[in-house]
Design a protein around this ligand. Sequence first.
Ligand SMILES: Nc1ncnc2c1ncn2[C@@H]1O[C@H](COP(=O)(O)OP(=O)(O)OP(=O)(O)O)[C@@H](O)[C@H]1O
Ligand SMILES: [Mg+2]
Length: 344
Amino acid sequence: MTGSGPAILVEGLVKSFGQVRALRGVDFAVPRGTVLGVLGPNGAGKTTAVRILTTLLKPDAGRAVVEGRDVVHHEAAVREIIGLAGQSTAIVDYLTGRENLELVARLYHLPRPEGRARAAELLERFGLSDAADRQAKTYSGGMQRRLDLAASLVARPAVLFLDEPTSGLDPRSRVGMWEIIHDLVAGGTTLLLTTQYLDEADELADEIVVIDRGRVIAAGTPERLKDRVGGDVVEFSVPDRSRRDDALRAVAGLGDGTPTVDDTTGLVGIRVGHRGSQAIVQAVRELDAASIDIHGLALRRPSLDDVFLALTGHAAEDGGPGGTGRGRRRRSRRGAAAVTAGED
Ligand SMILES: Nc1ncnc2c1ncn2[C@@H]1O[C@H](COP(=O)(O)OP(=O)(O)OP(=O)(O)O)[C@@H](O)[C@H]1O
Ligand SMILES: [Mg+2]
C-alpha cells in the first residue's frame, strides 16, 4: 500500500467557485509519517485543498495523489486509506457517542464485534467513556470535536486530514487535542492539518505551508518561518518615561537591530532571533545594573499576524477573497504569553 513517493503530493492545484478563485496553483508534498501544517487566514483556501485531497471536491486543474492514488481517478482507493475530521463535525446528534463510532465502523465494513471493540477503545482514549452512552447533542463543543476526531480514526487511516482541529476549543482542550495528535503521529500516521494559529503549527508540524488567497506564499520548518519574521521579541515597558532612553541604551546590545518603542503603549521591543531565553536574562541584568524599573518583561514569539504582515504586507484578518474578518476574533492570544518572566 505504501509506495516510494511522498504520502501526499499536490501539484498545480486550481479550483474556482464562480468568480472566486479559491486555489490558484498550489503545490506541496508531505513525506510519509510527517505532519504538514497548512496555515492561512479565513478564506485562504485551506478547506478547499482538504476537500479535494479527501475526494469531496474535484479540482479544475492540477493533480493530487495520496499514497500513490490519484484523488480524481482512484477516488474509492483514496477513501479506503484516509481519515477526515472536517471543520464542522460529522456527528449524528441524536445518536450516542458509542453509536456514532459503531456506525462509522459499519460504514467501513468492520465486523460487528471488531467495530464495538474499536469504538470502546477510542472512547476510552479520547476521555469519552463516561459520556459514551449519552446523545452526542448533549456533548460540549470540545467533546464533540474529540468524538469527531475519534470517528476519523475508526478505520486506522494511514493518512489523516484534520481541518482546524482546535478552533473553538478552550486553551486546556486545545492542549489535550495536541497531545492526542502527538500520539497519533508517534504511531506513524501521516497528518495534514490546517490551522490559523502559528503556535499550533509550531507545536505539531514538521513543515508548514502558508496559504494566502489561494497561493502558497511560504513553506518551510516552523523555525525557518519565524526567522523570516525576525524571530523572538523581548518586550517590556518603562513606567518612568524619563528613563526610557536609558533603558533603550541598556538593552541595545541584545538584539539584532535597534530596540523599538510603540508610541501608544510605550512598549519597548527588541528582536533577539533564537536567543530568547538568554536575551531575557541578559535584559534583566542590564536593566538592573542601570537601576531602571521595568514592567511586564516578556518574551514574545512571532504570531501568525507577524508572519502574515511580514510575508504579505497585509494583516491576516484582512482575509482572502471573500474573507470574513473572523480572523480578528479567532486570532491566537498565546503568542504573547509564551514565556513571561521577571515582573518587577
Ligand atoms: N462551495 C463554495 N461555493 C462558493 N465559494 C466557495 C465554496 N467553498 C469555498 N468557497 C470560497 O473559496 C475561498 C476559499 O475557501 P476555503 O473554505 O477553502 O477557505 P479556508 O482557508 O478554509 O477558510 P477558513 O479559515 O475560514 O476555514 C473563499 O473565498 C470561500 O468563500
Ligand atoms: Mg476552512
